[in-house]
Design a protein around this ligand. Sequence first.
Ligand code: FAD
Length: 469
Amino acid sequence: PPGAPAETAPAEVAVVGAGLVGCLTACFLARRGHAVTLYERRPDPREAGAERGRSINLAISERGLDALRRVGLDETVLKAALPMPGRMMHAADGTLSFQPYSADGRRAINSISRSALNRTLLEAVDALPGTRLRFRHRLSALDPDTGAMEFATHGGTVTAVSPVILGADGAGSAVRAQLQTRPGFDLHQEYLDYGYKELTIPARGGDFALDPGALHIWPRGRSMMIALPNPDRSFTCTLFWPHRQLTALDTPEKVTAHFAEHYPDARALIPDLAADYALNPIGHLVTVRCAPWTVRGRAAMVGLIGDAAHAIVPFYGQGANCGFEDCVELDRCLAETGDDYAAALALYESRRKVNADTIARLALDNFVEMRDKVASRAFLARKRAEHALERALPGRYVSRYELISFSTVPYADVERRMARQRRWTAAATLTGTLTAAGAALGAGALLRRWRGPVTPAARSRGSRPAGRR
Ligand code: FAD
């Protein structure tokens, strides 16, 4: 009402994109008492069923769970999840080797159905007061100065205006595309030469065909396949292959022969291999870096969140986890700034950008580790040594994987800690080497004293004095 203090009026926010991050953002904002309208180009997935072309399942770890816990959804989500406490490597000759993710072997990342997670989040948004869901609304235009938006719908163009607009519309963000036309907006998109394709290992005799307590990896040097378990006892496999290789297998015979040679154990478990391969689309793998994430117009604020701000490749299993952390940070910044969106979005960007850049780099690095290094004995030995060090120095030495997957330490701080750990393990190794060398020198001196000076004659006979042979 006129004259009412500004802070009692609920902030009005438009969130574009009702994927994982858009829905969680809406939950956090609605819990702050803000009025949120969520616009989504797809039909309501609760009616239309799961979408194809995106990964069917994904691994959620501590960062994602922490965010879900804050809105009371962690237990619901975990009920339908399958814990994976380690990776299972499949060699080309069928040999299996299991490697736990944590030093105590107990911590797990969780395989979750993307569509089930999205439905849970949508239902949570729907249940909160002050929220509105608009499906089949594809953002087609946006004026960051005024907050005016246009949506393409089945019934024609629909317009809306909002003083705060958050783009949570994924890697190919339409909101970001509208900001891109402004001077000073920086955008880097880095596509890998690799694509991905999904296949299904169905349940066998009503049970899992592989151990469900692991993320399965078939490392093959330049390429790889992974598989995550689903609650219906199937596995979703994802091939990460160079585009050339994905398109080269253009007949059922070539597909079958390739799998028989490189993935013989999996080949036996995928009855519809050639048909699945031909039907399932090829996805692209992109890293998106852009700045700024926040644009302040004359009468509106626009911000980017989740993949729209920082799409990353999936090799650390962190894209959604990182997007969920964005939601926590935005909520924190709103709390710290008294729900002043201009200040909160600027603070959010200043805190999150460095972390998003860090995990983008780590995710790219981890591709080489997953497809190649995990297969080597040296890698397994290094991991065993790392876990032994973690057990010997609990809390003081923690592996990068554990800090990324099982903590909420900001990604950039993880890297700072890694640098510190490297320095003191190098120093400790040096000290150890010097101590060992010192001990050896000391022992040598004692030995010399005990057996007398080594004469040239004694040296020519060997190291020990004749009388002691
Ligand atoms: P999206 O999930 O892309 O959602 C964007 C939403 O916006 C969609 O619903 C879309 O329909 C909608 N939209 C788009 N354009 C418009 C428009 N113009 N108007 C209105 N709505 C629009 N992450 C993990 O944490 N762990 C994993 O194990 C993992 N595995 C992955 C495996 C693969 C193969 C891939 C590709 C990704 C994986 N990820 C993983 C990353 C994860 O999927 C993304 O980080 C996450 O989905 C990002 O969520 P988002 O809501 O920002 O974007």
